[in-house]
Design a protein around this ligand. Structure first.
Ligand SMILES: NC(=O)CC(=O)C(=O)O
Length: 306
């Protein structure tokens, strides 16, 4: 695996961590069109992350299937008993780990398909299930056109879970563009970490990926973690070729101060970071914007379109 780049905070793995500190691993998996192979890769990366002392591991958006709207119906699984869910649950239990299982295409009994993230605690219990709330429907002339809504339905919940280090909020990729979603997680549900498995692309990635993470971190005075698939995608001859989606990569951890504390490039690898959650309270105390909002002038309102 590659050494993480610009990784300022990752101390020696032999260092004992304080109770307020959690060691996280962001797994930038090389995703193929072979689900079984993707399972093996995920298991290997998670094992490697655990060897490096990870207590919480994050997988990327759509790590068991190609990222293509036409592929989602073919690869979608029953989220309650499908093989990808079983694998995630088994790995969380085996390694006694908090596992944010990236996202996978989910098929429901009524035939709908969602882009869904599952989170398991170290006992293997499902503690959160997030269906991507904001579907990635964009048309950038000369850049990228992508309509997740061609095959996916949107989720309806604001998702978070409780850990020994504090509450953590969960969104998927395009969800990071919506400041209100992040603010609900941090203001109403007291989240100290926001997690976004994501797969930005070669048009929006260079321009917005890091910027959005730093913006959400500073707006909300919290840690922001992202995990992307690696850029290269292998296809096997037995499978239908789906339009190739080129992921930007650059899985990243950002501090409440807005600093990139660990990141990488586009290659497969694991980004390790130690998050000291006391930094969240320090930041919220020293720049107390949470108590200074002019809610008499503005609030999280539903602004109706004309
Ligand atoms: N893939 C996404 O969901 C989002 C993305 O690439 C973007 O917002 O840009």
């Amino acid at each position: 695996f590659r050494t993480p780049l610009r990784n300022k905070s990752f101390a020696s793995i032999t260092t004992a961590l304080s109770m307020s500190t959690v060691r996280v691993a962001l797994c930038q998996l090389p995703v193929t069109d072979d689900t079984e192979k993707n399972h093996q890769t995920a298991a290997t990366f998670i094992e490697n992350a655990v060897e490096q002392g990870a207590e919480l591991v994050v997988l990327p958006e759509i790590w068991n299937s190609p990222y293509a709207t036409a592929a989602f119906p073919e690869y979608a699984q029953d989220i309650d008993k499908g093989p990808s869910r079983r694998l995630l649950q088994d790995l969380a239990t085996k390694h006694k780990l908090w596992l944010v299982g990236g996202s996978i295409p989910e098929r429901t009994a009524d035939g709908k398909i969602y882009n869904t993230s599952l989170v398991f605690n170290p006992q293997g219990e499902l503690v959160a299930k997030h269906r991507k709330v904001h579907l990635f429907d964009i048309d950038v002339p000369g850049g990228i056109t992508f309509f997740e809504s061609d095959t996916l339905s949107p989720g309806e919940t604001v998702s978070y879970f409780s850990t020994p280090w504090g509450n953590m909020g969960l969104g998927i990729c395009y969800d990071i563009r919506f400041a209100e979603y992040a603010m609900l997680l941090t203001q109403k549900h007291d989240c100290k970490v926001l997690l976004y498995p994501g797969a930005f692309n070669m048009t929006t990635g260079p321009a917005h990926w890091e910027l959005l993470q730093r913006a959400r971190a500073v707006d909300n005075q919290c840690f922001v973690l992202t995990a992307s698939p690696a850029r290269a995608v292998e296809t096997t001859e037995s499978k239908k070729p789906y339009p190739h989606y080129t992921a930007w990569g650059h899985s990243t951890a950002v501090s409440p101060w807005g600093e990139v504390i660990a990141t990488t490039d586009e290659s497969p690898g694991i980004v390790m970071a130690d998050l000291d959650l006391e930094k969240v309270e320090d930041m919220r105390k020293s720049i107390p914007i949470r108590n200074q909002r002019r809610t008499d002038l503005y609030d999280l309102l539903q602004v109706k379109k004309e």
